[in-house]
Design a protein around this ligand. Structure first.
Ligand SMILES: CC(C)(COP(=O)(O)OP(=O)(O)OC[C@H]1O[C@@H](n2cnc3c(N)ncnc32)[C@H](O)[C@@H]1OP(=O)(O)O)[C@@H](O)C(=O)NCCC(=O)NCCS
Length: 178
């Protein structure tokens, strides 16, 4: 059974949130290619080779992912990656990635994705959620701090983008109950 959730952006546009399907290959690639032209704050870059269908299938089955769609167009994506699920010491940590097209920013979807992330973490009894964020990404940093993440440190000069070295903050949130 397909689980779909409707979400209204602040400006009234209607978004559907659901798990990806194999048939989303083209829509997801088109989305990632557009994202690559709009921001340097994710690891998508212009000209990045497309995965094969098999690689796409593996990628969507190896993590927990939700697509945000307006009609048939993918406009945003949340992915959650459990670390070492079979390791008895390390299986309570997950990392995440969140992004959307520029035309959908500042409309509450980021907050909603963060709530979905926390819900996932609680349901899967995670203790720690972690991620990285480029140090100039003030919107994302503000979003993460609002959702209880702390900056744990900085990775210096870890990405070389258009001739400039970029630092990244390491961020994490500890979920007390788990
Ligand atoms: C970061 C991102 C996910 C935020 O999503 P969003 O839908 O725009 O965020 P929301 O509208 O839910 O706003 C959430 C918070 O983000 C911050 N924020 C959003 N727009 C902002 C702006 N223009 N200036 C400063 N802070 C801003 C605010 O703290 C805001 O909280 P508020 O609404 O209570 O003021 C989105 O901007 C994005 O996809 N950016 C490009 C990709 C990216 O950077 N991904 C993160 C990689 S680590």
């Amino acid at each position: 059974m397909e689980i779909m959730e409707n979400f209204s952006l602040k400006d009234g546009r209607e978004i559907v949130l659901r798990f990806p399907k194999l048939s989303d290959y083209e829509a997801v690639q088109a989305y990632l290619e557009q994202l690559a032209t709009e921001t340097i704050f994710t690891n998508q870059y212009p000209g990045k080779p497309r995965p094969t269908q098999e690689e796409f299938e593996k990628a969507i089955s190896n993590c927990w992912m939700k697509l945000a769609l307006e009609g048939n167009k993918v406009v945003g994506l949340l992915s959650i990656h459990p670390h070492k699920p079979n390791h008895p010491w390390l299986n309570k940590t997950c990392s995440f990635g969140v992004h959307m097209l520029e035309a959908y920013h500042h409309n509450g979807l980021g907050h909603h994705f963060m709530e979905m992330l926390e819900q996932y973490a609680k349901e899967h009894k995670m203790h720690r959620i972690e991620g990285t964020v480029r140090h100039q990404n003030v919107n994302a940093i503000a979003l993460y701090l609002k959702h209880g993440f702390l900056i744990e440190g900085m990775k210096k000069e870890c990405a070389y983008i258009n001739g400039v070295w970029h630092n990244e903050y390491m961020i994490a949130k500890i979920l007390e109950a788990a």
